[in-house]
Design a protein around this ligand. Structure first.
Ligand code: GUN
Ligand code: ZN
Length: 435
């Protein structure tokens, strides 16, 4: 039995601020302790209450300039797009044809896939992301390479092979039958192996025939607790295209709904251009949206309406959507999320931001009993931020007077430089190099 403890400032969300109000949504320990036994959090509290109760042999690691948070959760990202981040000058449909499809063709080669998966995982950990819902490519090798990589670090991760049987180059398409068989093989190999989960991953409605969407629904029925991961209503031209490809569907979401793809483990990236009945259906089925502000701004898709999602009680997580998105950092992503709400006359609060990047993501993924908060019995995936990371941050934080202001500054000007250490199940998986 190994017992470890960390002493620092600690904050985590315990509920959605839009449901219980900011003050009831979090716990903050200015001088706190977190105790971990065999990878599981067993105690969390104020140092003055806990310190005397620890057995004398328990080592306490002290981080007086630190702030401990749950590991960050990225609810939408494409690992095969790592090396094409920052591709210039196009919106979604042209961007896919010009940059994305050629890049994804390289993942037929397992060695290439492994190289990218390793560098991608390092980027996640360096940015404090401990769980992500990840797109592979159409090649099953891409998913093997990803899971093999994250398994060695014992990370809680979700991935799936893209299903895509039309409106894409021949070198990148499968068929309804082969996509079913390849996905099934991967599910049997990886789903719920240790901390790994499988997501059935039709790319988006335009690149799947109704027959293929039917096969995706069949997989969801045949195996328990699978995720469904796809894109929804991101770009205006895409939405028009979907209407013309599926004229019998009432709206974009209805295309997926007609194939039984809406569930408590369904995550739809973007959801920018939705009508009220789509929000209702997302709510009624317990489906979630991944809000990806850096991508929505970078590829010019539009402004996500967080207030609408809240009004309809739809679960929302935060996504980087690299390589449509421009940063692996969920802190930077929150900074852009704030601007997206500002442009709509609203202000995303720092506590809601913390929620979106942690517990909100966990709830979207139905993993809140395991990750996204620091309650005893959850898994010890956490990060230590450095309040002295740069001279500017140190100086600016010296002028803050409460934890909400402090969080806001860290989210607005912080990035990978403020991530000092990242832990998975109580084991250190990243430590910022000292310069
Ligand atoms: N819609 C379909 N494929 C993609 C993709 O790779 N990235 C984004 N942002 N949207 C998509
Ligand atoms: Zn995407």
């Amino acid at each position: 039995m190994t017992i470890k403890a960390w002493r620092s400032s600690i904050i985590h969300c315990i509920a959605d601020p839009s449901k219980v109000g900011n003050d009831n949504a979090y716990e903050y320990f200015e001088d706190g302790i977190i105790v971990v036994e065999n990878g599981i959090i067993t105690q969390l509290g104020h140092a003055h209450d806990l310190i005397a109760t620890l057995a004398p042999n328990v080592q306490v690691e002290e981080h007086p300039d630190g702030l401990i948070l749950p590991g960050l959760i990225d609810t939408h990202i494409h690992y095969p797009q790592t090396d094409m981040i920052a591709a210039y000058g196009e919106q979604l449909l042209e961007w896919l044809n010009k940059y994305t499809f050629p890049e994804e063709s390289k993942f037929k080669d397992k060695a290439h896939a492994k190289d990218v998966a390793e560098r991608f995982t390092q980027e996640l950990l360096k940015n404090g992301t401990t769980t992500a819902l990840v797109f592979g490519t159409v090649h099953k090798e891409s998913v093997d390479a990803f899971f093999e990589t994250v398994e060695t670090q014992n990370l809680r991760m979700i991935c799936g092979k893209v299903m895509m049987d039309r409106n894409a180059p021949d070198y990148l398409t499968d068929t309804p039958q082969s996509s079913y068989e390849d996905s099934k093989e991967l599910i049997e190999r990886w789903h719920e192996k240790g901390r790994l989960h499988y997501a059935v991953t039709p790319r988006f409605a335009p690149t799947s025939t109704p027959e293929q969407l039917h096969q995706a629904g069949k997989l969801l029925k045949e195996f328990d607790r699978l995720y469904l991961h796809t894109h929804l209503s991101e770009n205006v031209n895409e939405c028009e295209w979907v209407q013309s490809l599926f004229p019998e569907s009432e709206n974009y979401l209805d295309v997926y709904d007609k194939h039984q793809l809406l569930s408590e483990r369904s995550v739809f990236a973007h959801g920018i251009h939705l009508c009220d009945s789509e929000y209702h259906r997302l709510h009624d089925t317990g489906s979630a949206i991944s809000f990806c502000p850096t991508s929505n701004l970078f590829i010019g898709s539009g402004l996500f309406k967080l207030d609408k999602a809240e009004e309809h009680n739809v679960n929302v997580g935060l996504g980087t959507d690299v390589g449509g998105g421009t940063s692996f950092s969920l802190l930077t992503t929150l900074s852009e999320a704030y601007k997206v709400t500002q442009l709509q006359g609203k202000n995303l609060s720092p506590i809601k931001s913390l929620y979106l990047a942690t517990l909100g993501g966990a709830e979207a993924l139905r993993l809140e009993e395991k990750i996204g908060n620091l309650k005893p019995t959850t898994e010890a995936d956490f990060i230590i931020l450095d309040k002295q990371a740069t001279p500017l941050i140190a100086k600016r934080l010296a002028n803050t007077h409460n934890i909400e202001d402090l969080l806001f500054v860290l989210m607005t000007i912080g990035d990978d430089r403020v991530i000092k250490e990242t832990y998975s199940m109580g084991e250190k998986v990243y430590s910022k190099p000292t310069t």
